[in-house]
Design a protein around this ligand. Structure first.
Ligand code: DAH
Length: 342
């Protein structure tokens, strides 16, 4: 018995010496004094001994138990003192750990900037649905059902009930759906809207993502003409890209504007001279034009009294022209190493 008790004490000593925190001490307590502890097993063996042997064995076990309790308490108080010393040794005057603060995503930053620039010209931000009726996305914009021009918009269609006037629903492939909606909302010009929304098209490559953002400008008033449109773009590009960039209008065709243009901006690398990146010195920013009389009529605005201009540009594309991002898909890969650079 004495030998067994000695062995238990020796093993307990080793365990206690290795304990580094109060949690592991709880576990050791169960191992030393619990139902399955060696000490308990030894106590049970007493009944197998002869009457004469029992008192001595009992004494040995009691002595071992007391010894174990003492060892345990000593270890516990040592650990408590050690942990307390750690807490009290905190230097409260030391500078705190800096919490890492993130920032807005590049697209959100650009949206804020674009809204601010256009608000200086009196444009108001409006948001229109990302799932909209065919009529707003196409038909009211002079693109009747089945017209081949619709193919360029690579549209996602929604399973939806069919509306006799508005047709079926689509994931908006551009922000131009906001044009007639804004005319209907305000009923009467002047209108100065900037509509920023997510758009969706079945396209993915270095300059396309299936979900992207556009900003659509619409200005309708009396005697609005092409120089107003050009002046607006010059103001925007000077504020967004800096004073050294120029814009130009290149004739193009859209069903909802007449005349229509593509707006180009001078390349930021060669500043318009022509380089390996841009070839011609110009980069395409987006579409624009004078609002087609049929579109004004669809919004119940008299084309004989009012004229207007509209434009729609991709935000990701606009950002890539400012920051030289080589592939706009990078914007949506959530790689912090890339995003934190901006
Ligand atoms: N909605 C056109 C597109 O997504 C861009 C556009 C072109 C918008 C001309 C306009 C515009 O408002 O006048 O390609």
């Amino acid at each position: 018995m004495d030998k067994d008790a000695e062995k238990i004490i020796k093993e307990a000593q080793e365990k206690l010496e290795n304990a580094t925190d109060l949690e592991s001490l709880d576990q050791i307590y169960i191992e030393l004094f619990g139902k399955n502890s060696d000490l308990n097993k030894l106590t049970k063996k007493i009944s197998n001994l002869s009457k004469e042997q029992r008192p001595k064995a009992g004494q040995a076990i009691n002595k071992a138990k007391k010894r174990l309790e003492k060892l345990f308490e000593e270890t516990k108080s040592k650990l408590i003192t050690y942990h307390l010393s750690l807490i009290t040794s905190v230097d409260v005057s030391a500078p705190g750990k800096k919490t890492e603060i993130g920032h807005l995503h590049l697209v959100s930053q650009a949206i804020e900037e674009i809204v601010e620039i256009f608000s200086k010209l009196g444009f108001f931000l409006q948001s229109y649905p990302e799932i909209d009726w065919d009529w707003y996305a196409f038909e009211s914009l002079n693109m009747p059902k089945g017209h081949p021009a619709r193919d360029e918009w690579e549209t996602f269609f929604i399973k939806s009930p069919f509306h006799p006037k508005l047709g079926s629903q689509v994931l908006t492939p551009h922000t131009s759906n906001g044009q007639v909606r804004e005319m209907q909302r305000l009923k009467k010009p002047p209108i100065r809207m900037i509509n920023i929304a997510r758009c969706y098209r079945r396209q993915i490559d270095v300059s396309h993502t299936p979900m992207f953002h556009q900003f659509e400008g619409l200005l309708i008033d009396k005697k609005v003409s092409i120089p107003d449109l050009k002046g607006t773009f010059d103001f925007f590009t000077a504020n967004f890209f800096g004073p050294n960039r120029q814009t130009r209008l290149r004739p193009h065709h859209f069903r909802f504007t007449e005349p229509s243009f593509e707006v180009d901006i001078t390349c930021d690398i060669c500043e318009g001279i022509g380089c390996r990146m841009c070839k011609s010195g110009w980069l395409e920013l987006g579409g624009a034009g004078m609002v087609h009389p049929k579109v004004l009529s669809a919004g119940n605005i008299d084309p004989n009294v009012y004229t207007g201009f509209a434009f729609g540009w991709g935000i990701e594309r606009t950002i890539s022209m400012k920051t030289k991002i080589p592939d706009i898909r990078l914007l949506y890969q959530s790689d912090i190493r890339f995003l934190e650079q901006f």
